[in-house]
Design a protein around this ligand. Structure first.
Ligand code: F6P
Length: 342
């Protein structure tokens, strides 16, 4: 074992740099390996766009958001380039590639691993919806950003008889909405796992206000979906890869709630603010532990695996199949529901 590669793919998030630093420091310092950093995810492997990384290259990045390697959602199986990716392993003398990513990036990694290429996965996504791990890099920072926003909205909401809608990210699962809603004391949380009926939501809010509350905080995940036929939503745009570009559901929900409840509604869409800035301590620690274990796995030849959090332990699971969406469990939602009561 002499050389490994590393890449970050998909949407960025806080903690990626901490993971890159951990992989490089462990690989170089503990095992004397060379590390090649590929630019922009699998695109960099296909194009041979890489640079050597050493301890100096990763100095001062532990606390920095984003990724020093750049990121893209390029999928060489779909967009061409898979032959060049396969060839890169032998041409660049790679004994392994550590891919830090979400479902798309790790899906490519899993297919390559099935073909026999030595790939290791490190899970990241603020949405926290990858199967196989309890938590992904970026999630805890996004929850903190959303919680801070809810706290701020609380104090202004208290001054008016208003509904405050906070839209957070979460395409297919409502982890951020649920955690930030619990932490911030939301009065209603709408997530993709539980289609909502706008009439029921408005009745719930009216009841709160009848009980003497002068405001309500509604946290809505961008991918939340109304029960069919209860709220008209426009068709979402798609990005250049054909993926739905979410964002803005709260703007459609607010007028409907205003009309049904008679209370003024205001909307805050947090958007990419949740993906920016410094990672919180938990994300730095998680990313560091993930990166450190990933290198050990590479050295031990345990490839085709993804590092994962299981309780307070770091374990490894097969890379194949991790891309499945991990929904918020019903019992967790029920905990939040206790606090919706007026
Ligand atoms: O997958 C993570 C995520 O944060 C989603 O919640 C969101 O829909 C998406 O990324 C937005 O990504 P981008 O705007 O970078 O394409």
């Amino acid at each position: 074992m002499r050389r490994i590669g590393i890449l970050t793919g998909g949407g960025d998030c806080p903690g990626l740099n901490a993971a890159i630093r951990a992989v490089v420091r462990k690989a170089v310092g503990a095992h004397g390996l060379e590390v090649l950093g590929f630019r922009d995810g699998w695109r960099g492997v296909a194009d041979g766009d890489a640079r050597a990384l050493d301890a100096t290259s990763v100095q001062g990045i532990l606390h920095r958001g984003g990724t020093i390697l750049g990121s893209s959602g390029m999928n060489p199986y779909r967009e061409g380039g898979i032959e060049r990716v396969r060839a890169a392993f032998s041409e660049l003398d790679l004994d392994g590639i550590v891919a830090i990513g979400g479902d798309g990036t790790l899906g490519v990694g899993a297919r390559l691993a099935e073909e026999g290429f030595p790939v290791l996965g490190v899970p990241k996504t603020i949405d926290n919806d990858l199967s196989g791990t309890d938590v992904c890099i970026g999630f805890q920072t996004a929850v903190q950003v959303a919680t801070d926003a809810i706290d701020r909205l609380h104090t202004t909401a208290e001054s008016h008889n208003r509904l405050m809608l906070v839209e957070v990210m979460g395409r297919s699962a409502g982890w951020i909405a649920l955690y930030a809603g619990l932490a911030g004391g939301a009065d209603a949380i709408l997530i993709p796992e539980r289609p909502f009926d706008v009439r029921e939501v408005s009745e719930h809010l009216r009841q709160r206000h009848r009980h003497g509350h002068s405001f309500s905080i509604v946290v809505v995940a961008e991918g939340a979906a109304p029960v069919a036929g209860t709220l008209e939503l426009p068709e979402y745009a798609r990005d250049e890869r054909g993926f739905v570009r979410y964002g803005g559901i709260a703007h459609h929900l607010a007028p409907a709630l205003e009309e049904l409840t008679g209370y003024e509604a205001r909307v805050t869409v947090l958007g990419h603010v949740q993906r920016g800035g410094s990672p919180v301590a938990e994300d730095r620690v998680l990313a560091t532990r993930f990166g450190e274990v990933a290198v050990d796995l590479a050295v031990a030849g345990r490839v085709g695996r993804m590092v994962a959090a299981r309780g307070t332990d770091i374990v490894d699971v097969p890379l194949a199949g991790v891309a499945k969406v991990r929904p918020v469990p019903e019992e967790l939602y029920r905990v939040a529901e206790v606090f919706f009561d007026p």
